[in-house]
Design a protein around this ligand. Structure first.
Ligand code: CA
Ligand code: CA
Length: 282
């Protein structure tokens, strides 16, 4: 995964702030890319918005709207908690029909999902369907090369012109934390599914997903995400030599070499990851 922070001059940052003064980083934004809507989570006391500027060049800045809402449960308006399971499916509200915005008179709605794998396992998240309104910021390989080359030559004043400065996900957003135990910002996802095979792996035992809509939401089909517990074989792709699948309870995927629960075979859900249907083939 290419991960380059391209906000080098002026930027906006958002943090969730807790009563004890601690905070959690939500993201850094610049160029034309607006942050997705955010509901402060349970037990938070606020959201901090931080504008950084350097000594030269300014732009028109930003305008944000904030609304005080009644406190919600840790899951928000929907969502859930998955623990001690081998696999599961998470979908947007109403899927496969379109999701829609919050009820009349409400500014936002949020679904928060928490997934925890057993010790020694990670979580594979496979986005089978993804269609959420918006225009995410992104980079393709060519724009990264042009960007790095220009940076080295110190040629560029307006660095943002070198990559796809999407408008962001201001009306609806899926945030994905693949390492919620760390300070890493979540990924903000919107737009159409980015590739035929689109998947993420958690770095530790947990993953978190939130889906937030607003009174500006138009609606789209949303998403279907299959998550699967896979044996943690350390960093990098699993190799069949290093990977010791426990044979009684586990099935080793033929191509990805992931060790998944034996009972996930032939359950009509693809659990082996991208390009590997072996759990459903036999
Ligand atoms: Ca500036
Ligand atoms: Ca399966």
């Amino acid at each position: 995964m290419v991960c380059i922070n391209v906000c080098l001059e002026d930027w906006l940052e958002m943090y969730v702030v807790y009563r004890d003064g601690s905070d959690r980083f939500l993201g850094r934004y610049c160029s034309f890319t607006a942050p997705g809507p955010v509901e402060s989570p349970q037990r938070a006391v606020g959201i901090r918005v931080f504008l950084h500027t350097d000594q030269e060049n300014v732009a028109s800045g930003f305008k944000a709207r904030y609304i005080f809402e009644a406190a919600k449960s840790v899951f928000g308006d929907c969502g859930g908690n998955y623990t001690g399971q081998d696999s599961g499916v998470i979908t947007s509200p109403n899927f496969p029909a379109n999701y829609h915005g919050p009820g009349k008179g409400l500014a936002s709605s949020a679904c928060n999902w928490y997934i925890t794998a057993r010790i020694g396992y990670k979580i594979l998240l496979n986005f089978e369907v993804f269609s959420v309104e918006g225009d995410p910021a992104g980079m393709n390989l060519l724009s990264v090369l042009v960007f790095v080359k220009a940076l080295v030559k110190n040629l560029i004043k307006n660095t943002y012109s070198m990559f796809h400065a999407g408008r962001g996900c201001p009306a609806a957003v899926l945030r994905l934390w693949t390492f919620p135990e760390s300070d890493a910002a979540p990924q903000e996802l919107c737009g159409e599914k980015l590739a035929e095979q689109w998947h993420y792996m958690s770095q530790g035992q947990t993953a978190r997903i939130s889906f937030t809509t607003t009174d500006k939401t138009i609606g789209a089909q949303g998403f279907r995400i299959v998550w699967t517990e896979v044996q943690d074989t350390g960093p990098g792709p699993p190799s069949s030599i290093a990977n010791m699948c426990e044979p009684t309870y586990h099935f080793m995927c033929e191509h990805s070499n992931y060790c998944i629960a034996e009972k996930l075979r032939c359950d009509n859900v693809k659990n082996c990851g991208p390009g590997d249907d072996s759990d459903e083939m036999h």
